[in-house]
Design a protein around this ligand. Structure first.
Ligand code: KIV
Ligand code: ZN
Length: 529
């Protein structure tokens, strides 16, 4: 028998957008809605049309484009339901309808608070008035739209007996989905689960409608509460990408979906999502809202599949299931990364070196590993170029055939990025050249290239801060290749990142020259011989 289906209701464009500073333009909302549809969400809450003409226009645009046609790449053949939020007023409900009526599957979502705290301090309404208003407005919404969702706001702190009464009344009035918000993220998982179970058991008609979860993360329990609600019988989860939303945010879509999938045997629930798109959509929402994804964020954070400690790396090399409960490719993450740092072990170090084409064994490996540990103590992360430098003949610093004497760059929003370099060459003479580029580093590299006249391909370029703070010392590391030869690396450090980058490039060119026949004879004055 197939597992019960959980509808994924994404509210990134409504509750998510309510996060301070997370507002999106209409074009950005449309792009996010497109990505959500492709991901396979069942319902997109596209906005709060009564909030502003822009909100209304965005919901209309999403209804017309995303809510109408079949979407390429979407797991389901039918378009998602497009939903608009409305307070329990005629104006709001009418505006929500104007927003969603262009969709093939429109939904009006209306809400009214039911907790005594909200009734007394915010609404200044009696319980009787709340039941009457909710019933009347759900009936009005239903007269416009066949799909109506009702939310008793602050349900998590509402008297359950009053909740059953309100919910029974709105079912009678035509509500098809009952959403149960833990608006202030107050409940604990067992309480929220019991709330959903109580509603299903005691509300007349609850078995004929869909019960939905909507959990906020004020205590960091939004996902746990959502899962508890689903286990208790809810069949829709209201969530947002990256967990964005009011205050501490909403339950994160990617975490809920992957909990259901990874613990499928235990939970026995399924969704219709293509989880391989999760990382891509997460990046899009992060970019559109300017809300960065923390590196340690579950499922989509940069470190979600990264391992640094030696013990973990050793386990991962032997078998990925030792420290990974999901496969990175199943959520669209590129791959597991073994980050080489001061906690890494010899096994991961030698494996990475072998991948880079430098298999080391015995004493050579021991020596390189000892040097790697010293370097890792000084640097936050060790790049491939550092590893190669540690393990090859490149460890010996190349003679400084070319030396950077001066670098001047102009860059910014106006004018062309231009660099002027003064290099002292192997002939002991100074050489000056200026070049324009796409940015200050590119311009500097072009100017240096014009002086040194050694055609190379830039394979790797990295900048990292060696020390902390805005005045940190920057370290650039560069890897280049000259016409089919082995690659050469270079490092450069300076408090100015462009100077550090230029020094690294010159060092890499010096390596190429030192090891090959292109090395020009050094001028006595330049070497001090
Ligand atoms: O958290 C909440 O109560 C809401 C409702 C409007 C559903 O977002
Ligand atoms: Zn909410």
């Amino acid at each position: 028998m197939a597992s019960p289906y959980v509808r994924i209701f994404d509210t990134s464009l409504r509750d998510g957008e309510q996060a301070p500073g997370a507002s999106m333009t209409s074009a950005e909302k449309l792009e996010v809605a497109r990505a959500l549809a492709r991901l396979g969400v069942d319902v997109i809450e596209a906005g709060f049309p009564a909030a502003s003409p822009d909100d209304l226009a965005a919901v209309q645009a999403i209804s017309a484009e995303i809510g109408q046609a079949a979407i390429e790449g979407r797991p389901q053949s039918e378009p998602p339901i497009i939903c608009g939020l409305a307070r329990c007023t005629r104006n709001d409900i009418q505006a929500a309808w104007e927003g969603v009526k262009g969709a093939r599957r429109p939904r009006i979502h209306t809400f009214l608070a039911t907790s005594d705290i909200h009734l007394q301090h915010k609404l200044r309404m009696s319980r009787t008035e709340v039941v009457a208003r909710a019933t009347e407005m759900v009936a009005f919404a239903r007269s416009l739209c066949p799909d109506v969702e009702f939310s008793p706001e602050d349900a998590g702190r509402s008297d359950p007996l009053f909740l059953y009464e309100v919910l029974a009344a709105v079912i009678q009035a035509g509500a098809t989905t009952l959403n149960i918000p833990d608006t202030v993220g107050y409940t604990l998982p067992d309480e929220y689960g019991a709330l959903i179970a109580g509603i299903l058991a005691h509300t007349p008609g609850a078995g004929d409608v869909i019960i939905s979860t909507h959990c906020h993360d004020d205590l960091g329990l939004a996902v746990a509460n959502t899962v508890a609600g689903l286990r208790a019988g809810a069949r829709q989860a209201e969530v947002t990408i990256n967990g964005i939303g009011e205050r501490a945010g909403n339950a994160s879509l990617e975490e809920v979906v992957m909990a259901l999938r990874t613990r499928g045997e235990k939970l026995g629930l399924q969704t219709g999502l293509d989880a391989r798109q999760l990382c891509r959509v997460s990046k899009l929402v992060s970019r559109s809202t300017s809300y960065p994804v923390p590196p340690n964020k579950a499922i989509v954070g940069a470190n979600a599949f990264a391992h640094e400690s030696g013990i973990h790396q050793d386990g991962m090399i032997k078998n990925a299931t030792t420290y990974e409960i999901m496969r990175p490719e199943d959520v669209g993450a590129t791959q597991t990364t073994l980050v080489l740092g001061k906690h890494s072990g010899r096994n991961a170090f030698s494996k990475r070196l072998a991948e880079l084409g430098y298999p080391l064994e015995g004493d050579a490996l021991a020596k390189a590993f000892a040097e790697f540990k010293k370097l890792a103590d000084r640097k936050k992360s060790v790049h491939d170029a550092d590893l190669v430098a540690l393990s090859s003949d490149e460890r010996a610093p190349a003679p400084e055939l070319w030396h950077l004497e001066a670098l001047q760059v102009t860059c910014g929003t106006t004018g062309l990025p231009t660099a002027t370099v003064r290099l002292r060459g192997p002939d002991g003479q100074t050489h000056v050249h200026a070049a324009v580029g796409t940015g200050p580093v590119d311009a500097s590299y072009k100017a240096i290239g014009a002086v040194v006249q050694l055609p190379v391909t830039l394979l790797e370029f990295g900048i990292s801060a060696v020390t902390e703070g805005i005045d940190a010392l920057a370290e650039a590391s560069v890897r280049v290749r000259h016409e089919g030869e082995r690659s050469s690396h270079g490092h450069g450090a300076d408090s100015d990142i462009v100077v550090a980058a230029a020094k690294a490039y010159i060092a890499s060119l010096n390596h190429v020259l030192a090891r090959s026949s292109h090395a020009p004879a050094r001028h006595p004055q330049a070497t001090g011989d």
